[in-house]
Design a protein. Sequence first.
Lengths: 256, 168
Amino acid sequence: MTGETGFTETDLHAYADGELDRATLAEIERWLAETPEAAAQVHAIKLQKYLMHELYDDGLEAPWPEGVEEMLTGEPERNWWPGWTRLAASVLLLLVGGGAGWGVTQVGSQEQTAGRSFVQNALYAHAVYSHDEQRPVEVSIDEEQLLVDWLSERIGEKLMTPDLASNGFKLIGGRLVSDTGMPAAQLMYEDVRAKRVTLYVRKAFEDKDSAFRFISEDGMVAFYWTDGPLSYALTGEMPRGDLLDLAQMVFKDISS
Amino acid sequence: MDKRKDIIEQMPHLMRYARALTRDAVAADDLVQDCVSRALSRLHLFKAGTNMRAWLFTILHNIHAQNMRTLGRRPRAVPLDRELEERRGTGPTQDARLTARDLQRALDQLPDEQREVVLLVGLKDMTYAEAAEITGVPVGTIMSRLARGRERLRRMMAEGVPALRSVK
């Protein structure tokens, strides 16, 4: 269709699919700039690709078929009983904690609003950065000391980096984010399936320790709490019980 | 073991492609399960440092093709479809959702060989060369299937897609 210019329909697809070399790329881009109908065709191809992701990207998060994890890790499937006792302990803690939390949130709607806004910002930061394939963190774990010193200085308190390795999550790094104008730190953890959880930390928004509070939104779940001078929010996309395990681990690691 | 870890890394991509290909969560699970177990039984044949994703997709593709030959048709798509629509409920705007559904219907109408290539390349998993390796056809064929498949999709989406899947 584009005979006289030297570009063919196939070139348009190759362009949209990132298959062209640098030289051809520059040439075709110049040509597209002055050939609206070809540019429209490229746009249509890109739209199809975009919609395909809309349709199917949920599949990336799909639970693995039964037995596959066992085949791949060579480990027997998780024993049910310890799992259940752990879960029961978590629920108990949540109930006890939930009661205390209820007391706190009754104190005043101002604190409630502050907590709500804090965890909302943590959820936003999780949504934006944890799905970033190019640059999920600003400073990687390779420079752990720098990461900790820098973020501690910015949030104005000593930042701890809890160890979640026994639950399969490794710290990969962190970044500084703005929590409605206040510096906050986001630490990112990743497991072998590249599933990510983030720990969001800033100066406490309330003046006393709190129990775990829970929120779930847009497929994300988060536990948040205040411990001493800092408030924490742990966010992930996983069953509530699994995230609670991690939150407890963070809590224990920080307060020990 | 390193090779197993490489497979684990590819699992999300296998799951997505299997679901897109079969449009049936149960069939997709079976497909991935068969693929992983076949891959493990042939792990010694995989050369370290080569492309694990393409290797796994080739296996998945062969099993799928074999299934199609035995079953003679694609499994019915109802369950995942419904699930997708429910999830879409809180997702993009109504318009984008409708268009995505139009694309889904249009994809259902494509001949298998075109649909596979459109999915392999379109979900950004594969280069033309990898798609050629996986489906066992030359790169030129990949390119022409891609162009024809996408043009059909575009036409169907512009002109409206017949509601019923045609019998091929």
